[in-house]
Design a protein. Structure first.
Length: 267
């Protein structure tokens, strides 16, 4: 029996520092019937060169992140779509396990750890992820699925007002999930699936959070999905049972929150 096609959709912009590791992990999957779709926002570095090296299908997109996600899904041929970021590294059996589990589900979230988590900042990100994932609740809208049945994902995307698609960047994923969960509640989980290459210097953290703050403000002005954005940005629940995770998560929220707010107010 032929394996079902999985489309791995990756939006990029000047992603040369992480993309090669990301694509190597995709190519090394135990599941082989995969197409790689890169949706690039006119990168000025070696991003496209790296994408072509891995025989990825490249689509150019002038819009923001949400538009890139939607365009990638539209151009996909797979029965399933994995919304991957260019700074994520898949565990080698992740897609194989996901396809098997999709017999019972319509979407799956992937358990994530921080890559290189012995370093200080990645260790904070890792603790934050462990805290959130361990105490995940369906109504949190903080842990979000990445693996979808394409037909349902297309329906969810069609519900997002078109006039807002090309201005949404940082909050693309939660908006997609908000519309998707109106269609189905069959959402599962894959353990130990992804490592995320998080910022490992204060400078890179500041730049990322400043940009997120600015793009969130621009989208917030539209008045759309405001409750979702507020919910996504709230502080984590403090858990004395996992005191170390909680303290690290709290510190990370402060370090991320300062440049985020500065970008929101002054960006």
């Amino acid at each position: 029996m032929k394996e079902k096609l999985v489309s791995v959709n990756i939006p990029t912009y000047n992603s040369e520092s992480t993309l090669e590791q990301c694509l190597k992990a995709v190519k090394n999957q135990t599941y082989k019937n995969i197409e790689i779709i890169i949706v690039d926002s006119y990168s000025k570095d070696r991003t496209l060169e790296i994408a072509k090296k891995f025989n990825a299908k490249v689509i150019m997109c002038k819009g923001k992140l949400l538009e890139a996600r939607i365009l990638g899904t539209e151009k996909s041929k797979g029965e399933y779509v994995l919304l991957l970021d260019s700074d994520q590294i898949l565990e080698k059996t992740a897609i194989e396990r996901a396809v098997e589990k999709m017999k019972d589900y319509d979407s799956l979230w992937f358990w994530e750890r921080a890559y290189n988590r012995k370093k200080f900042l990645p260790s904070l990100y890792d603790a934050d992820r462990m805290l959130v994932q361990t105490y995940w609740r369906p109504d949190d809208d903080i842990v979000l699925p990445r693996f979808f049945k394409r037909k349902l994902l297309m329906k969810a995307h069609s519900k997002i007002p078109k006039e807002h698609i090309n201005i949404c960047a940082a909050q693309d994923h939660i908006i997609t999930w908000h519309e998707f969960k109106q269609l189905t509640n069959k959402n599962g989980m894959i353990k130990d699936a992804v490592e995320h290459m998080e910022p490992d210097t204060l400078k890179s953290l500041f730049k990322k959070q400043w940009r997120w703050g600015k793009t969130t403000r621009d989208f917030y002005k539209t008045g759309l999905y405001r409750e979702l954005i507020t919910k996504k940005d709230r502080f984590r629940r403090f858990k004395f049972k996992h005191l170390k995770w909680s303290l690290k998560s709290f510190l990370l929220r402060i370090l991320r929150g300062i440049p985020y707010k500065l970008g929101y107010w002054f960006g």
